[in-house]
Design a protein around this ligand. Structure first.
Ligand code: SF4
Length: 372
C-alpha cells in the first residue's frame, strides 16, 4: 500500500530511501543556476574546456535545467562514495614501473549502477507523490547537460573546493554525483555558504601540470585527467614527463586534500578493482592485445578511451619509467604495427628510455609552457 506523504514529509523521507539504495546523502535544491552563467561563459571563452566542445553546447539547458524536464522545479542531488579499500594509491604513484589508474575507474563503470539506483529512488518518490499531483521527473548521471557540481552545492551536499570538485565535511570528495529533476515542489535544503578550504592551497600546488590558473578554476587542457581520457590526439610533449605513470586520469588534487581523511571506503562490489588494475606494471598493460583490452575493460570506464589511446597513455608512462632493456625491446617490437598516433608516443618513449641521464620527472609550471 502506498503511504500518504506531504511534500515536507516526502523531503524528509527521500534521504532515508536514498541511504537504503546505497547513496551516502541526498539533498534538494531549486533549479536556479543564473549565478553560474558568467563564470561558465568566461571559462569557455578562455578555451579551458579544450576539445570538450559539448560543454559549450546547450548552455541554456545547462543553466536552466527545467528545460530538460517539463515543469521541473527541483533537483534532488545524491552522492555515492566510490573509494575502494586498500588500493596502495601512494605506493603505485611512487613506483615508476606501475600504472596509475584513477581510483574511480578501477571497478565497473559507475553510470550503470547509479542510473539503476536513481531510477529506483525516482520510482519510490513518484509513488509517494502521485496521490498529490501528476509527477514528471527524470534521473541523470553525467549523461546530459546538467551542472551537477553547482546543483550539489545548492542542495547542501558540500562546497566547491579550490580544485573545483565538491567537498563534504564528513566525507571528503571521493564520491559520484547523480540527480533527479522533478516537478514536485519539495522544500529545499540549505546551501552550504562556507568555503572550508580556508588558507589551504595544497591541491593547486601539487598538480603535476599546474592546471589551476587560480583557485576554483581548472584549465582542462593541462589536466592529466583530460589529457589521458578526453583528449583524442597527441599528448603535448610538455605534459608527458609530468604525467609520470598516470595512464588513466589523475587523483593528485584529491589525494592531497586534507578533507579526504574523512573519506568513506565504498563497499559497493562494482567499485572494487578488477583485473589487477589497482596494481599493474606498465609493461604488462602495454602488452595487452586489443582483444585482451576489450575483455578486461568490459563494463569499465576505461573502455571508452579505446585501445589506441590506452596504448598512447601507456607509452608515455613507459617513457617515464627507469631505463630498461625489456621496455626498450617491447616498445621497438610494438612500433611497427602501431598506429601513427601511438608510434609517435612510442618514439618519444624510446628517446626517453635511451637518454635517461639528465632526465628527471618533474612538476611543470605554467610559465614554462603556454600559460594562459
Ligand atoms: S587541498 Fe586544500 S585548497 Fe584544495 S580543495 Fe582541499 S582543502 Fe581546498
Amino acid at each position: 500500500m502506498t503511504q500518504a506523504f506531504s511534500f515536507a514529509a516526502l523531503a524528509r523521507q527521500i534521504p532515508l530511501w536514498a541511504a537504503d539504495l546505497g547513496f551516502a546523502q541526498a539533498g534538494i535544491s531549486d533549479t536556479d543556476l543564473r549565478v553560474q552563467r558568467e563564470p561558465l561563459q568566461q571559462w569557455l571563452d578562455k578555451g579551458y574546456h579544450g576539445d570538450m566542445g559539448w560543454l559549450a553546447e546547450n548552455l541554456d539547458k545547462r543553466l536552466q535545467p527545467e528545460q530538460m524536464v517539463d515543469g521541473a522545479v527541483r533537483v534532488i542531488s545524491v552522492r555515492m562514495n566510490y573509494l575502494p579499500g586498500d588500493t596502495r594509491q601512494i605506493q603505485i604513484l611512487k613506483d615508476p614501473n606501475k600504472a596509475y589508474v584513477s581510483r574511480y575507474a578501477l571497478g565497473r563503470d559507475y553510470h550503470k549502477l547509479i542510473r539503476k539506483r536513481l531510477a529506483q529512488l525516482a520510482e519510490q518518490i513518484r509513488l509517494a507523490a502521485e496521490p498529490m499531483m501528476p509527477v514528471n521527473q527524470r534521473p541523470f548521471v553525467d549523461s546530459a547537460p546538467v551542472l551537477e557540481r553547482p546543483l550539489a552545492v545548492k542542495a547542501g551536499l558540500g562546497w566547491t573546493g579550490k580544485h573545483t570538485l565538491v567537498i563534504n565535511r564528513e566525507a571528503g570528495s571521493w564520491f559520484f554525483l547523480g540527480e533527479i529533476l522533478t516537478n514536485i515542489p519539495l522544500p529545499t535544503n540549505t546551501e552550504i555558504a562556507a568555503d572550508e578550504c580556508g588558507t589551504c592551497s595544497a591541491c593547486l600546488k601539487v598538480c603535476p601540470t599546474d592546471a589551476f590558473p587560480r583557485p576554483y578554476e581548472l584549465d582542462a587542457r593541462r589536466c592529466i585527467s583530460y589529457l589521458t581520457i578526453e583528449h583524442k590526439g597527441a599528448i603535448p610533449e610538455e605534459f608527458r614527463a609530468p604525467m609520470g605513470n598516470r595512464v588513466f586520469g589523475c587523483d593528485d588534487c584529491q589525494a592531497i586534500c586534507p578533507w579526504n581523511k574523512f573519506a568513506h571506503i565504498s563497499t559497493e562490489a562494482d567499485f572494487q578493482p578488477r583485473h589487477g588494475l589497482a596494481d599493474s606494471d606498465l609493461l604488462t598493460l602495454f602488452l595487452w592485445d586489443e582483444a585482451t583490452f576489450l575483455r578486461n575493460t568490459e563494463g569499465s570506464a576505461i573502455r571508452r578511451i579505446g585501445y589506441e589511446r590506452w596504448l598512447r597513455n601507456l607509452a608515455v608512462g613507459l617513457g617515464n619509467a627507469p631505463s630498461d632493456a625489456a621496455i626498450i625491446a617491447t616498445l621497438e617490437q610494438r612500433r611497427d604495427t602501431a598506429t601513427e598516433l601511438v608510434r609517435e608516443h612510442i618514439d618519444w618513449a624510446l628517446h626517453q628510455q635511451r637518454n635517461p641521464a639528465p632526465r628527471r620527472r618533474r612538476k611543470l609550471k605554467r610559465s614554462e609552457s603556454d600559460g594562459d
